[in-house]
Ligand binder design. Structure first.
Ligand SMILES: Cc1cc2nc3c(=O)[nH]c(=O)nc-3n(C[C@H](O)[C@H](O)[C@H](O)COP(=O)(O)OP(=O)(O)OC[C@H]3O[C@@H](n4cnc5c(N)ncnc54)[C@H](O)[C@@H]3O)c2cc1C
Length: 415
């Protein structure tokens, strides 16, 4: 049996970053996943390290948009009708957290973590030799209507208060950055501090290789076998049992599979999301992610092609894919950018692990000594993986944490 200090369950961007930060602090660490490193949710995102994002994606405030969602016409969101009763309490909490004053509060509570997001990725990527996947070209958000742009003014004001850099552009200014965009929009905001990745999977794998180079151990195993033996935690792997004084749950959308039976039931939901790669038509090209804000999709240049990612779908995590949002968004995407043939036969599907207040849980699990939680990063898991890794490693080693972890405590759900 392998005896370690910490077992990290889940080798997505969050668990892998936690594992590297712990091993760097001199602990013996086992990283466990039942699949390949970075092949869960962390595989398929839009590749944006959004350290400059202010408001989380929110419940639509516009009645017209709400109606389009209800009628299943909106590219922004989709839902399975039969799932609504189950998700209703979470949606009610999400609606409450989407009120303007709550969005400002969320922005303030998330700022310390967001402000470290890019720097922590840069530190890890330079150690891991992954810089070649990083683009420092920011990201571009486009608004097709005056109304859509006007709705973002409060967020822009808060960004100004936080000192987050952005540049307002007209269509000509945006097309000077991205000449392949058609002038079908009226306003653009260039968030200059954002960084994007050309291959999120390769980055998580590079961080995992760094973990191994520092002496970390990787195992294949099922996290649900975690159990307490006397004062320690034990999990079964294909190489035998692994035992440790502490365990960190970084299972993203699968965290409840382990935590619910342990009595650590937190109100996590998933927002499913899809991606599909397309070849650019002719010599069309992009050098940064572009969000078509009112159509709810992002296009990002990736090594595999132009990746289109969709907004949220409210459906059971494990229900068969229903990628209908592509039918709704593709006409808009095609009139913005010259898309050629799709690269894959079918879209990829993932599930963003989301708490209704758009904050992750980072810290101790109540009532289970030596059990730590690092999950629920929603739309920002790629962004916040390394900052989360540093924060929890500092908490676990009794170092002074770089920010106050209280806003991310699981206890906010029981207060
Ligand atoms: C379409 C889409 C676009 C997105 N775009 C962005 C973006 O641009 N920027 C951003 O910051 N975020 C983005 N996100 C969100 C981001 O991808 C996620 O928040 C993040 O990947 C979550 O990482 P994680 O490590 O918590 O989970 P995961 O990557 O899902 O990792 C969990 C791991 O646990 C393993 N696991 C599960 N069950 C078990 C078990 N029983 N035993 C062992 N192992 C198990 C899985 O195999 C997996 O490897 C996007 C998400 C989607 C779906």
């Amino acid at each position: 049996m392998a005896r370690t200090d910490v077992i990290v369950l889940g080798a997505g961007i969050v668990g892998t970053s936690v594992a590297v930060h712990l091993v760097k602090r001199g602990l013996a660490v086992a990283l466990i996943d039942r699949g390949g490193v970075g092949e869960g949710t962390s595989y398929g995102n839009a590749g944006v390290i959004e350290g400059n994002t202010v408001f989380p994606p929110a419940f639509p405030s516009d009645w017209g948009e709400r109606l389009r969602v209800v009628l299943k016409r909106s590219p922004q969101a989709n839902y399975h009708f039969s799932f609504l009763p189950k998700i209703a309490p979470w949606l009610a909490a999400f609606y409450a957290a989407s009120q303007p004053s709550r969005l400002v509060e969320t922005a303030r509570l998330m700022r310390p973590l967001m402000a470290r997001a890019v720097a922590e990725h840069e530190a890890l990527s330079s150690e891991a030799g992954a810089e070649r996947y990083f683009r420092r070209t920011g990201w571009l958000k486009l608004y097709r209507s005056e109304r859509g742009f006007a709705a973002r003014q409060r967020e822009l004001q808060v960004a100004k208060d936080f000192g987050i850099a952005n540049v307002m552009l007209d269509p000509d200014g945006a097309r000077a950055l991205e000449p392949s965009l058609a002038p079908v929009f009226r306003h653009a905001v260039h968030w200059t501090g954002a960084v994007s990745l050309s291959n999120p999977l390769a980055v998580t794998r590079a961080y995992a290789a760094r973990f191994t180079a520092l002496g970390g151990l990787s195992f294949s195993g099922d996290a649900r076998s975690l159990r307490r033996i006397d004062t320690r935690w034990r999990v079964d792997t294909s190489a035998g049992a692994v035992d440790a004084g502490d365990a960190v749950v970084a299972l993203g959308p699968w965290a409840p599979d382990l935590l619910d039976p342990l009595g650590v039931a937190l109100p996590l939901a998933v927002k499913r999301g899809y991606h599909r790669h397309f070849r650019p038509d002719g010599n069309a090209a992009l050098s940064r992610p572009v969000l078509d804000a009112e159509n709810g999709y992002c296009i990002t240049p990736m090594e595999q092609g132009i990746r289109i990612t969709t907004g949220a779908e409210f459906a059971p995590r494990d229900a068969p894919p229903t990628p209908v949002q592509f039918d709704r968004l593709l006409p808009a995407a095609r009139n913005l950018f010259a898309l050629g043939e799709p690269v894959e036969a079918q879209p990829w599907m993932g599930a963003r692990p989301c708490f209704a207040d758009s904050r992750p849980v980072i810290g101790r699990a109540k009532g289970q000594r030596g059990l730590w939680l690092a999950y629920g990063h929603g739309h920002w898991g790629l962004t916040l993986g390394p900052a989360t890794g540093r924060l929890i490693a500092e908490m676990m080693t009794n170092a002074v944490p770089f920010c106050d972890p209280t806003p991310y405590s699981a206890e906010r759900f029981t207060r």
